[in-house]
Ligand binder design. Sequence first.
Ligand SMILES: Nc1nc2c(ncn2[C@@H]2O[C@H](COP(=O)(O)OP(=O)(O)O)[C@@H](O)[C@H]2O)c(=O)[nH]1
Ligand SMILES: [Mg+2]
Length: 443
Amino acid sequence: MFEALTQRLSKIFSALGNKGRLSEKDIDEGLRQIRLALLEADVNFKVVKSFLTNVKEQALTAKILESLTPAQQIVKIVNEELVNILGKEHNPLIVAGRPPSIAMLVGLQGSGKTTTTAKLALLLKSSGQRPLLVAADTQRPAAVDQLVTLGKQLDIPVSSGNEKEKPLAICRRALKQAQEMGATWVIIDTQGRLHIDEVMMRELVHLKDEIRPSEVLLIVDAMTGQDAVNTAEEFNKNVGLTGLILTKMDGDARGGAALSIKSVTGVPVKFIGTGEKASALEPFYPERLASRILGMGDVLTLIEKAEEAFDAQSTKQLEKKIKSAELNLEDFLLQLRQIKKMGSLNQLVELLPGFSKIASGISESGSEDRLRKIESIILSMTVDERRNPAIIGGSRRRRIARGSGTTPGDVNQMLNQFTQMKKLAKMAATGKLPKNLMDTLRR
Ligand SMILES: Nc1nc2c(ncn2[C@@H]2O[C@H](COP(=O)(O)OP(=O)(O)O)[C@@H](O)[C@H]2O)c(=O)[nH]1
Ligand SMILES: [Mg+2]
């Protein structure tokens, strides 16, 4: 799902990523491309418009994280806005005050209503609930049989009537049965039509008024694009919805429906169907979908970690020091600790401007052990020595080695490496590093 959109977005981001600084023109061009990508994915144009307005506003006013490149900054903002239009947070099912809770599934024929009824029951069952299925679609020939068969396969009880019975009568009997068997959820498959239809709407409203479900869930086929959005608006206006389930998200849908439907209708998406199998139903999490769409879950995780671990101010000061080669072992120690807090070194190398080159130098020559050694050597130094390593001669070196449980050779090696790194870092920070060296360091 969303492959096409994901591909286009990553192209846009990597084009931005090649630039060290983004001018306003760069940002505008990036936004123009994002707009095209979204429209092409069939996202509602009003949603696209407000999306871009928000992204631009954020880009101009957001707190700038010094540890992120401008392109990463844009990814971060686009991600946040995506999460916003997808509905911010996960909306779980509404449970009735007293069991059983009732979910009424409504929708057009072919949207996946019957299949989703069974899927939802299976999901509830696997989370320890006791669901009862109700075959109340007397409109579509064989819909009852379809649900009965699914119930048998999944070992979930189905309450059904015959095709001449009214849906309300079937539901009333099912509710009684639910009480008797101690069911915690009653999931009702209702009748659908090929198109929006007044009679269908009236019957659904009638059923809803009588049985008072805690959930009225509209099943919509994501592959139908903007039609799905229109359908949702109609059903919400006429019947009143508590949630949406988007089906066939596994298809080659351009994804626009999923992206627009919450913003346009105000009704949250609660689940998505991702296949024909009964297990192919997932709770809907805006954040997860947004990062799937951006196709850069890893970058987003890194951004999150950078936000947590990094104080923008100190990074800025550090960058300045790196540029003027004033970096000392105290800064180095501070930085080592922050990097350690952030997890794997190699992953972070690309993330931190300037200083990342030092980290890559370390990660090349060794791993966590080596880091710990460096840390204990620095800790055995006096403040003067840390600020001005040049004063460290033979006797100081021996003392530091004893204090840190290393050898004078280790101390020497560490100091040499540090001097080298400082030089490299300055060159990298001021853009004077030869390209082949840069590549080696990145690896
Ligand atoms: N690929 C895919 N197919 C689905 C999904 N949900 C339903 N279907 C298929 O869509 C068709 C119609 O489903 P059905 O439940 O009978 O629709 P109803 O008329 O709304 O009850 C069936 O062939 C289902 O297997 C889904 O999430 N992914
Ligand atoms: Mg059906």
